[in-house]
Design a binder for this molecule. Structure first.
Ligand code: FES
Length: 112
């Protein structure tokens, strides 16, 4: 087991290899994930306060997504960051706790 400290929220233990997003979802920590954990939206990003060395290595794909949203170290994507050993402490930025506005246009009313 490894430990994840969600600063100001809770500390949990999860099996090694669990992503930060998986851990948050399983333990009731609000962390949005608009793309469903597919490394394309960045809404799951967290600030790593300590233990970055205990996370999986950042993939090129994750680096590209972070760069495209102008998110810089120590930010990581929760859906891509597996906790591999010991513990990690993260902070969830306020914008990762709130749902994104739905930009899908409303369906036209069919009662014309
Ligand atoms: S959930 Fe979309 S990038 Fe992580």
């Amino acid at each position: 087991m490894v430990k994840i400290i969600f600063k100001g929220e809770k500390t949990i233990e999860v099996p090694k290899g669990t992503t930060i997003l998986e851990a948050a979802m399983e333990h009731g920590v609000a962390l949005y994930h608009t793309c469903g954990g597919n490394c394309s939206c960045s809404t799951c990003h967290v600030r790593v306060l300590s233990g970055a060395e205990n996370l999986s290595v950042m993939s090129l794909e994750e680096a590209q997504v972070l760069d495209s949203f102008d998110l810089k170290s120590p930010i990581r994507l929760g859906c891509q960051s597996e906790v591999l050993r010991a513990e990690v402490e993260v902070e969830i930025p306020s914008r990762s706790k709130e749902p994104r506005p739905n930009k899908t246009p409303p369906v036209p009313d069919s009662h014309d």
